[in-house]
Ligand binder design. Structure first.
Ligand code: BEZ
Ligand code: FE
Length: 300
């Protein structure tokens, strides 16, 4: 048997894994092992620290429930989800609207609404309008596209936090008109804290970070033949716009609600935003993110 040291054990592990039949899985696992070993060598990881890491990951797994995915939250606060989104955008055949995080509050089966409807059941703040067009990359309208939107209330809570069970609010599903236009009414959502009561929140506190996300509206836009677009619009005057805990903000997604003569509902302040869908490559159906409730069902 060979005497293995902290370097040759890497070669030995890669050699033992060389028979992995799936080439993509082999590529991913080989790189993971190389980088994990290099990480341990770089920080000179002690057995005590290794155990602390294992305990932390165990707690992350134990915090997961059918409606809470603590591992996705961990990926988010470490910036890994944002890296995956950026890579996904780069791989597109065409440049569409930039992606952003789906987050843990997306739900399938939100109410189907008519263009112009208010997505907040009992609004207590100023109504605003979000409107624009869904187009392809050349600016050609995409009719009948699905536009799913969800957000926090003016108090900063999602329906899952402010209401009981599956009582949906502050979310709606729309379809673009024949000329690609869409519009709906809402209130300006308040920025909010990521869930801080679990191990990931503990980590964020240990790092001296605030845990806040700037005010935003999530949007999931889809149409036949196009890449599904998972993104969000961020309000530029939020105090945390430049320090989002999960790195979801891009300059091209920053908006402002303002008086707008082009607003389809006159008299209300509006956000005008046009979404551009990139054509899907053959066989491509990858969504960036997942409905956490569905994820739990798939694992069960
Ligand atoms: C959200 O925007 O809903 C979100 C995204 C990542 C972590 C927590 C919340
Ligand atoms: Fe959100």
């Amino acid at each position: 048997m060979r005497d293995l040291d902290e370097f040759t054990v890497t070669d030995e592990a890669l050699a033992q894994m060389a028979g992995t039949a799936n080439p993509r899985l082999k590529e991913i696992l080989d790189a993971a092992v190389r980088h994990l070993h290099a990480f341990a060598r770089e920080v000179n990881l002690t057995p005590q620290e290794w155990l602390q890491g294992i305990q932390f990951l165990t707690a992350v797994g134990q915090a997961c429930t059918p409606i809470r995915q603590e591992f996705i939250l961990l990926s988010d606060v470490l910036g890994l989800s944002a890296v995956v989104n950026a890579l996904h955008d780069k791989k597109a055949r065409e440049l569409g609207t930039q992606s952003s995080l789906l987050g843990p509050f997306y739900r399938e089966g939100a109410p189907e609404m008519k263009l112009g409807e208010q997505i907040v059941r009992e609004p207590t703040a100023e109504e605003i309008v979000i409107y624009g067009r869904i187009t392809d990359n050349d600016g050609k309208p995409v009719p009948n596209a699905t536009i799913q939107v969800w957000q926090t209330s003016e108090r900063g809570g999602y329906d899952l936090q402010e209401r009981k069970g599956d009582d949906m609010d502050m979310r709606g599903n729309f379809r673009s008109a024949a000329d690609g236009t869409y519009y709906f009414r809402t209130v300006r959502p308040l920025g909010y804290s990521i869930p801080m009561d679990g191990p990931v929140g503990g980590l964020v506190k240990t790092q001296g970070r605030h845990g806040m996300r700037p005010s935003h509206i999530h949007c999931l836009v889809g149409a036949d033949g196009y890449r599904e677009l998972v993104t969000a619009l961020y309000f530029g005057d939020d105090p945390h716009i430049d320090s989002d805990t999960v790195f979801g903000v891009s300059e091209s997604l920053v908006v402002q609600a303002k008086p707008d003569p082009g607003c389809p509902i006159p008299g209300l302040r509006a956000v005008h935003y046009d979404f551009r869908l990139a054509k899907a490559a053959p066989g491509e159906n990858g969504r960036v993110g997942a409905d956490p409730t569905r994820l739990a069902k798939e694992i069960a």
